[in-house]
Design a protein around this ligand. Structure first.
Ligand code: KMH
Ligand code: ZN
Length: 276
């Protein structure tokens, strides 16, 4: 079985220090959390950035500052900026980090309710626009799918040339407004992608570790981190993103799955660095 790629979604756009005091806002806090995840075994950092007061931003300069600071400490880690940003941002605002030519970035494949009156909007034209940008810049999209219909949208847009093979999906499961995080849902999502595609699973809240275990057994990959869940176990806050990654590494060991280094993750995902 392929080695396990662990992605750490260290920050997100919505989770706050009120939820867990270790949620990073400042550049140095973001570096601290990225390093804790990397040291524990993460090869990819899924990155949102904030201003010092915690406000989410897609500002290119802030992304550059954070990426440079992370790379200064852990140069080989794969940085995967978010192009989802936060609910309500415009397309061009969200796309700013792609101007820095990262190896990967997220590509959200549909619109969904995001709690209360919030709608995370990704029309077909938005997905096409983002997909085209990523092809032009050689950025590997992580296809974020919050429901089965979003897999179908990604497959249609692949046929139309807006997404290239090999596809890499991120099943984000358990969001209020998206697909639930049950075993049945996981099997449905997993069975709906092409056989040659790779996937990672990001279980939200209490689904984080059960879904991680399923992906480990199945040969998929795993995302954990404060963006998705702030608890190490029921009622116990994680002290760092690294603690969440350590738990995945322990599970992987129990099931005999080795952990991929960033170089191995680049190979598995066919990132730009290995295609040259
Ligand atoms: N913050 C959410 C609205 C992504 O990173 O691409 C969107 C999100 C997805 O987190
Ligand atoms: Zn995100």
């Amino acid at each position: 079985m392929e080695k396990l790629i662990i992605t750490a979604a260290i920050c997100g756009a919505e989770v706050l220090k009120e939820h867990n005091p270790a949620v990073p806002y400042t550049v140095s806090e973001i570096v601290r959390e990225a390093k804790s995840a990397y040291d524990a075994g993460a090869s990819i950092i899924h990155l949102h950035v904030r201003y010092d007061d915690g406000t989410p931003t897609q500002d290119k300069a802030r992304f550059k500052e954070c990426i440079d600071a992370i790379k200064a400490v852990i140069p080989d880690v794969i940085i995967q900026p978010s192009t989802g940003g936060a609910v309500g941002m415009t397309n061009d605002e969200r796309l700013q980090p792609t101007e820095l030519n990262p190896e990967m970035a997220t590509l959200d494949c549909g619109t969904l309710n995001f709690g209360g009156d919030e709608v995370f909007e990704n029309t077909e034209n938005t997905i096409k626009y983002f997909g085209k940008r990523m092809i032009e810049r050689g950025i590997k999209p992580e296809l974020e799918v919050f429901d089965k219909s979003m897999i179908d949208m990604a497959l249609r847009l692949r046929k139309k040339g807006f997404i290239n093979d090999p596809m890499h999906f991120d099943f984000v499961m358990g969001v209020n407004g998206g697909i639930d995080g049950t075993l049945r849902d996981f099997v449905f999502m997993r069975g709906s992608i092409p056989p040659e595609a790779t996937y990672t699973v990001a279980g939200v809240g209490r689904y984080e570790f059960p879904l991680a275990a399923l992906a480990i057994i199945d040969g998929g990959h795993v995302r954990v981190g404060f963006e998705d869940n702030v608890y190490l176990s029921k009622g116990v806050l994680a002290k760092s993103n690294g603690e969440l990654v350590e738990k995945v590494v322990r599970l992987a060991k129990e099931f005999g799955r080795e952990i991929a280094t960033p170089a191995e993750a680049r190979q598995i995902l066919g990132l730009r660095a290995v295609l040259k």
